[in-house]
Design a protein around this ligand. Sequence first.
Ligand SMILES: [Ca+2]
Ligand SMILES: [Ca+2]
Ligand SMILES: [Ca+2]
Ligand SMILES: [Ca+2]
Length: 617
Amino acid sequence: MVCVLVAMFLAGALRIVIPVRAPAGATLALVNPLDGSSSFNFTPAQKSLGDTFDINITVTNAILLSCWQVGITWDPTLLQYVNVILPSDNVFAYDSPIQAHDDSAPGMFVGGACIGLGQTYFNGSGRLAVLTLKIIQAAGQVSCNIDFEPKPLTRDGDTFLLNGIVTILPAVVGASYNYTRVIRVPQDYKSIQAAIDATTPWTTILIGPGVYNESTVVNKPLTIIGRLGSEPIFNGGGSGIAITLLSNASGSTVAGIVITGWDQGILINGSSSCTIYNNIMSSLNSKGIVIQGASAVNNQVYSNIFQSDFIAVDVASSSISNNVSRNIICFSTTALKIESSQNIVCENMILNDQVGLSIVSSNSNIIYHNNFVNNTVQVSVSASTGNAWDNGYPSGGNYWSDHTSPDAYSGPSQNQPGADGIVDTPYIVAESGVDTYPLVQPFNAHDVGITDYLMSKTVVGKGYSLSLEVKVVNYGVYDEDFLVTAYADASTATAQAVKLTKSNYMILTLTWNTTGFAYGNYTVCACAGPVQNETNTADNNWTCSTPVHIGVPGDVSSTTPGVYDGVDNMKDIAYLVSLYQTKPNKPNWNPNADVNNDGVVDMKDIAIAVYYFNQHE
Ligand SMILES: [Ca+2]
Ligand SMILES: [Ca+2]
Ligand SMILES: [Ca+2]
Ligand SMILES: [Ca+2]
């Protein structure tokens, strides 16, 4: 079928003879019509099994285009062909008769179109066609590429542009597809372990507010996240391990959890490429995070806060190439213990610990841009050689609160006149270790950042409020006064002045009253600062991934339950009735349905929908 159709349109094109002119930079792309990107990322909140999505097939910089053909491939176990249409604004003036789907090859579309008789060639950029695919697998996290078949004329599925007498090979930009399954504790599963056991790899498990006493073992790659506004607390009552990641959990993420009162917090036991960030770990009798085992490589531990642990972070023997950065560690017996090699330890704030860093039987680690402040023993080294304690000149080494002067000279040898922020004499770490370029001032002495964000709802009635919670961290060595501002698009939604002490964090609730904002979708972001003399401002902004819709109060549903449609009518009232007396942490809780934000869907919300009955945006 395809062979015949393509042959037909080739024959049609060959009737027309024009001079050869190769297009300069003609590009075919697969484009997401929602955001213009080539990424198609969905969660169950956005798409369900069986839902479809559209892909624009576009061309830019075409010259004298007369015909096009594309072969497009994807993983047929994840996505299924639905159809291809030529939209009314496609590059040719009217629908060409030629389009085809190769039913003999699942996971592939081949088709094309030609200009009609009498039509002039197309120059410029525009849509060729719209391809619609259906989601046929929604377990865990699945992803595939959606690619053009670019090879020239070797089989039916080739991709090419035609200018009349020759084939033009365009540049192609394929697309990526990603579907992430999300489940919730305790709504979907009563315990975290039950959720882990029941779900498929790469699922995201969102943990709601509450205190959890279970000792959890992860044996598949998962993303385990505690939501702000609740910060689930894992309390061990003094013994056990809160979370163990086994080797088959490689690639997992643990974030946003408070872990306290255990023997150990998180044990990375032979797993690799795990990410542990934005957690609070306090009062752990033995260790906060342990990375151990020969296969424990490339794990990232960053932006966590450790307080009053025996050993906060232990990179134990035989693991290699892990990264410990940007953590705040204070009031611990030993902040960091490194017993393995080839790790990177940088930008940590190590404050008021008995031992700041203990290195045992390890080498080839790189330790720089950390702040060692007022630890009883800043650093201890035994049976270790070949560790680097600075990042060269002028990047520098670490800040040692017991070695901050003199600074009268500069240059790699610190022998040229003029101060340069690097202490003129090296810091002797131990007999075998020297920080050649110790810092005069703490690294990023003034530095605040936002590490998490939660919006109470994504659909809000005009005139009603929603709350925005942000977690703000002060990584620096000074207490700071600054503003935290939430923006809706370019407008200030709300702002609050805060005071945040050094090496500390706060969870701030901002309330956005939408009175005065027009109906529509808003991208919300939060910004911390400005802070005087702050140089690292890259982490001061946080943009929320889901836009907020301001609509008619009560418009929270349509023929699709829970999806607004711009009008408040019986469908909304019926939907609110169906959620009557639901509260947070109930399985069918939908914060958007709590129109008046009082923590329950009840007659007050229904009364609002009745009041605005039949109103449109
Ligand atoms: Ca100097
Ligand atoms: Ca910052
Ligand atoms: Ca509605
Ligand atoms: Ca309510």
